[in-house]
Design a protein around this ligand. Sequence first.
Ligand SMILES: Nc1ncnc2c1ncn2[C@@H]1O[C@H](COP(=O)(O)OP(=O)(O)OP(=O)(O)O)[C@@H](O)[C@H]1O
Length: 542
Amino acid sequence: MLGLMQEWPLLCHKLVDNAATQHGNREIVSRSIEGPIVRTTYADLRRRALRVAERLERDGFGLGDRIATLAWNTARHIEAWYGIMGVGAIYHTLNPRLFPEQIVWIMNNAEDKAIFVDLTFVPLLEKIAGAVKSLRKVIVLTDKAHMPQTALPDVVAYEEWLGEADGAFAWKIFDENTAAGMCYTSGTTGEPKGVLYSHRSNVLHAMIAAMPDAMGISARDVILPVVPMFHANAWGLGQSAPMIGAKLVMPGCKMDGASIYELLDTEKVTFSAAVPTVWMMLLQHLEETGKTLPHLKRVVIGGSSCPRALMAKFQDSYDVEVIHAWGMTEMSPLGTLCTMKPDYAGLRGDARLDVQGKQGYPPFGVEMKVTDDDNNALPWDGKTFGRLKVRGPAVAGAYYGGVGSEQFDSEGWFDTGDVAHIDANGYMQITDRAKDVIKSGGEWISTIDLENLAVGHPDVAEAAAIGVPHSKWGERPLLVVVRKPGREPSKTDILAFMNGKVAKWWMPDDVAFVSEIPHTAAGKIQKTSLRQQFRDYRLPTD
Ligand SMILES: Nc1ncnc2c1ncn2[C@@H]1O[C@H](COP(=O)(O)OP(=O)(O)OP(=O)(O)O)[C@@H](O)[C@H]1O
């Protein structure tokens, strides 16, 4: 015997065990779907999650079964999450913003056997349940008094079902590499792809995410995950918060500026995370009402590129530090966070914003490189861009069902499909998605750079750059613009504004004005539809 360390499998139930033991009275505050604010604790979370696991087992569900959730961030959702993992089954958080046909496709692909569903989504489930062949149990996340009349098969109210548990269940023990959860990608660039998380990857990701120069959260924080659990595990906060014992505030189904502000204020939230659109709604609310943010210290902004003006407003007007972050469903999801290394720590004003506009550097546990198309590593000079590749213990090794195998190589590198450069200090900046980058005469043009520049024009509400076929150059950029209400900028105005701020050959060949740009369920610009819309477009330069 070498006298090595003890076996201590990294199983997700240990996160709630620790929370209940060390932080048992720490609150979970949840805006319920029925309306009122509900206050529970980490001790309650553990007790109720054990009952979920017990009831699932009694209903015949166990190791490896996929159990879906169609729900907002609430205390009940997180109890269900840990209960599902605690019996050895796999939680499968569904994005309710997808089209019903997409949800059916995903549920059939995952072969979901049961579903926990919010009251809000019962009508949606009624429409689609018949098409999901594997589904045999529906648990509505409510009590008997609020249970709707429904024809759903084998349907039960969560509280009533939970009440039938006798409380004698003990967590199932299995190998830490057992699957614990699954999410599908947003489907921005193609069909959504399933990603499986193991207990080990979930626990390690919780630790990686919480570290000081990652999210940097502690037991003293009050955390509001606005980012939904169905959007890549609420960026890990549903696991990191119990791991460290932070108070958890769950926003339920209300994500408008006033509702978010109310929770930030009444619960004295110190840390929150969401996509840029949510923060824009909050800042608009603050501007309209003159309110301030005395408790909030830090926000994580990610999911898509964070506009500079949004970061500046948070920091200059409200004294809230912004952490710009990049991640993917395939990475559990955190990849990089833009916190300050010593070389950048003293920067202020525009120089600091220049760094914060980058997506940041990876914490321990994520390795990163950029390569050319032949897999040669490119220099870290802050300008040479190529394919961004990552590997680590919380990065997927394959997609569910074996699709997309070309994105994984034999050395464990995952090709993210993003195009980026890395600077000498290790900070990565996304310049595009590989499928969106414009290839003009063999050179690449970053659509994100063109879009960020165009939205800086005071009369532009939204902009998207796409490649349009060109007989001489292969492709040239077309800028598609939505004007701000009541404003009439011309093509010449916009091009004059952009002129000199990007290389001449990057300048769009034309500007097309539209009333709306198509978006995915996750709120990202749907370039595939846009390219389809403009497929017969003739550029004036062609
Ligand atoms: N801070 C950020 N800045 C720019 N892009 C970001 C940022 N954070 C995330 N992204 C983009 O979001 C992608 C990850 O999104 P997600 O996992 O939700 O699915 P998706 O990639 O949109 O869907 P699909 O793979 O099905 O097309 C990243 O690859 C990146 O392109």
